[in-house]
Design a protein around this ligand. Structure first.
Ligand SMILES: *Cc1c(COP(=O)(O)O)cnc(C)c1O
Length: 411
């Protein structure tokens, strides 16, 4: 991979109304037309380059959309009021009643619930399959299938999808490949690897300050415009519009994404190495022991590492809960869902973000109750963090005090 996303984002230059270094924030829900004829044309569908009403688009949302398009290297991008707002719009734009979707079985709980429960209203069915087994993916495709859906690095099991191979398969059947790249912005350029539509929750790493909810769709200009269509666009008509003030603040945070992702990855790799060496069950794509390690290596932008997410299996939900409470007390992070914050966030997905997935399905996926998902923070001294986390684990008997000598330096 040699797409220089962060350089492209940094090169986007807008001057504010008074020459400010940040673009002015658009503070209007509606826009004047100089002639009645232009207003008519706009409502007839000829909306390109025209502001109409802020649910359709606003200057601030377009600036953020341009930065998102640069991130993925797509022609265009639309922004939404949440990741789910983006995901549900894409799915409803691509699928009609009675059609079918092939989807990875390890995905974000909200997306799972939307596909499995909500879309029943329209008799749209989904086959949830092991996305890493291409034969199974291909067998699941029927004449009614309208898309293959997966996450580049999956929530919460950190499975790595082979995007190039899935894209070839999707092309063979003439259907789009939709990839949620929330866990790996900059690490993986899903569109450059062949994804037709890339969706993001901006709430996570891209905004990075856990102060708002937002989403994006990166795709061809044609598809992005179709989502905005005043007569038929799911984005326009379902109405999950991002507020301009938020779009402006997310754009400013996006300027530092490359620095943050490198640090999140560096810290996560350090802890994953250390805890694996201590004999814990660690899942991290940057470990040789990870099933998707080789796939990840062939499709990542290596300067950004393997991402900031890691899981530890501590054996039982009780142990997971006591450990998380203790780590929070020791100021090692917060017992909270979400990811991409400067502080480490930890949660037990089985009873939180993936609780939409029925228990027996969780077990089939290998999502055990003792699993803790960590979004590793931007700690300046990760070795100190490691020692403190280790000490918490020793107090609770998760790690034996004398099992191995404590790691004293960077592995
Ligand atoms: C959080 C998340 C979403 C949903 O995004 P919201 O902004 O919360 O609506 C979708 N996919 C993944 C992988 C996520 O982590």
């Amino acid at each position: 991979m040699d797409y220089k996303a962060s350089e492209h984002i940094q090169d986007l230059q807008y001057f504010g109304e008074f020459g400010g270094v940040n673009p002015s924030i658009s503070d209007s829900s509606t826009y004047t037309f100089l002639s009645a004829k232009t207003m008519f044309d706009t409502f007839e569908g000829n909306t390109e380059g025209c502001y109409l009403y802020s649910r359709h688009s606003s200057p601030s949302n377009l600036y953020l959309g341009e930065a998102m398009a640069q991130l993925e290297g797509t022609e265009a991008a639309n922004v939404y009021a949440s990741g789910m707002g983006a995901i549900s719009a894409v799915i409803m734009q691509l699928c009609n009643a009675n059609e079918h979707i092939v989807c990875s079985r390890t995905i974000y709980g909200g997306t799972f619930a939307f596909l499995k429960n909500f879309l029943k209203k329209f008799n749209i069915s989904t086959s949830f399959i092991d996305i890493t087994d291409l034969e199974i993916v291909e067998q699941a495709i029927t004449t009614e299938t309208k898309m293959i859906y997966c996450e580049a690095v999956s929530n919460p099991l950190l499975e790595v999808a082979n995007i190039r191979a899935l894209s070839n398969l999707a092309k063979k059947y003439g259907i789009p490949l939709v990839v949620d790249n929330t866990f790996s912005p900059l690490n993986i350029n899903a569109a450059k690897l062949g994804a037709d539509v890339v969706v993001h929750s901006l709430t996570k790493f891209i905004n990075g300050s856990s102060d708002c909810v937002a989403g994006a769709v990166c795709a061809s200009s044609e598809f992005c415009l179709s989502l905005k269509d005043v007569n038929n666009g799911a984005g326009m008509l379902l109405g999950s519009t991002l507020d301009s003030l938020r779009a402006a603040s997310i754009l400013k945070n996006m300027r530092t994404l490359h620095v943050r992702i490198k640090k999140h990855s560096e810290n996560a790799q350090y802890l994953a190495n250390a805890f694996e060496r201590d004999g814990l069950k660690v899942v991290y794509p940057g470990l040789k022991s990870h099933q998707g390690h080789e796939t990840m290596k062939t499709q990542m932008n290596s300067e950004y590492g393997f991402g900031g997410l890691m899981t530890l299996d501590v054996g039982s939900l009780d142990k997971a809960n006591t450990l998380m409470e203790l780590m929070q007390k020791e100021k090692l992070g917060y017992l909270a869902v979400s990811l991409g914050f400067y502080k480490t966030l930890f949660s037990a997905p089985g009873t939180s973000t993936s609780s939409e997935i029925p228990l027996e399905e969780q077990e089939k996926l290998g999502l055990s109750q003792g699993l803790i998902r960590f979004s590793i923070g931007l700690d300046n001294n990760i070795h100190e963090t490691y020692l403190s986390m280790r000490s918490c684990m020793e107090q609770l008997g998760i790690l034996g005090k004398t099992v191995r000598p404590i790691l004293t330096k960077v592995p």
